[in-house]
Design a protein around this ligand. Sequence first.
Ligand code: HEM
Length: 552
Amino acid sequence: MDHPKAVGYAPYLFSRIPDAVKIESLQKPLRLGVQYALEHPYQVATIAVLLIIGITSLSSVVTISANDNEVPLYSVRSAWEPQIWSSWNFFRRAAEILNGGYKKFPNRIWKFTRADVDMLVLPPRYVKELRSLPIDIASPTAAHAFNLSGSHTNMNIILKNNLHFRTLQEKLTPNLNRLARPMQEELEYAINMEIPESNGEWVQIKPYHSILRLVARVSARVFLGVPLCRSEEWLEISTEFTENTFISLVILRMFPRFLHGIVSWFLPSVWRANNYIRRAKRLLTPEIKERQAAWRKGYQTEKQMSLLSWMIEIASEAESKPQDLAHLEVVISLASIHTSQMNAVHVLYDLAAHPECIPILLEEIDSVVKEKGDCMSWDKTSFYKLKRLDSLMRESQRHNPPTLLSYHRIMQRDHILSDGMVLPKGAHITMPVNAIQNDPLVTPDPEEFQPWRYFDLRSQEGQGHLHQFATTEENILNFGKGKFACPGRFFASLEIKTILVRLLMDYDWRLPVGTERPANVAAHEFIFPKQEGVLEFRKRKKPEVEATRSEE
Ligand code: HEM
């Protein structure tokens, strides 16, 4: 065959094309194309970028032209704005867009556009009718997989079955009382491992990192049991997989959906996350097989009190593949560790910025110690008594929500709402949860940090069980609402309180002199506590109860 002169890798690349596509008519242009690209990489990259901008501008125009008056589009300045630019805008200014849209259309459906999706934003008045819709009409799981760029981040496993959801609901939550003690034991171990000695001196610490390790360790104790929970490899997998997955999805969202496959090939965060899944399977599979065999023989061991064993117990035959169970353990870590860690870090930052709250919380903790004894022996109801701490956690979450959007669903069929509005099959719906909860009609003086806001509400007659950190309400949707609301929220509440109680009882906390509360970091709808934020802590003088604990 008569090949034109080729340089570098062009002949090699060309030789890799399967024979089936080596049709004479395609061969030459393709070969010339590859060769040109290799010889003029910058020109080709520029043409590719211009093409992407061109295509996304056109699809933007099509979206906007197709936009009927019933569902106004908010967030785009002109019909010619490329979707890639709209994505960049959403990445930088999600709060502004979502608050602005909610203010303009508080009671009607509107939408915003990103390079990868158009989202219909619904007001909370629809929660009542949406919350009981079955998954084959409005799927939260399909929406979570989409939002997490599931096909490129290993998160599509959640579409396979709902074993993780059932295990949390049917096993973890009902067993929280029994888990309180092992969680305390693991926390004791974790504090010794992760919190530096202070010897009564003020020491600087980056709570983001230390609390991540505390949460990862306590969670591992509950998810895997002893001794696997102490595996350094698992601790790395359960924290780093999430960080890499978030890096990947934040980048992927900037590109139109059809480019995600190609872009993900080039993302080191995708390679690393894939590797973490492989390592998790290698690490957990032998243990899973051993526990499955023990379960079949009817053995009850200490290890049975863990999420992994409960998954094995309730899994159907089809759900019992050891590799899938290992994969689901990583998925649950993604859903749980950073969400709880971020909440605890925000509370610590808020407490350092409002130090007047600390003695009041200590008094509350002390009253429970007087009634129930040392915190190591507390059960779930002991933590329930910390109503001021619960209120402060919820107020802190309102000021620092993990996400500005929630209640994501992908419509599996057309659905007509009670007012006649149609949610078409394939539509991605969501709610601007933070704009909603900060509406002055929902939360008076929303800009004020009022730590006892929910404590005061709960003190009113008949309200004692409402307004808790883990309570979902029509206008407070940080955990969703209805049968698909976060199944881990009661565990999260207990875990965060367990950690905060110990950090408050054992240490003083303050901001370094002359500094302010570390500012949050935003990317798309996600809000993170500042990773490099610094606090100072000092070991407190041993309280009486503590002294008794060590003597026992
Ligand atoms: C402060 C901490 C947490 C927050 C703010 C949070 C928030 C949420 C939200 C908003 C949802 C979606 C609900 C919906 O679709 O309406 C969700 C789902 C979920 N959460 Fe949480 N969560 C937290 C902690 C946890 C923990 C500790 C666990 C596990 C122990 C967990 C496991 C899950 C799971 C498995 C799902 C469902 C995913 C699916 O549909 O497959 N979460 N969470």
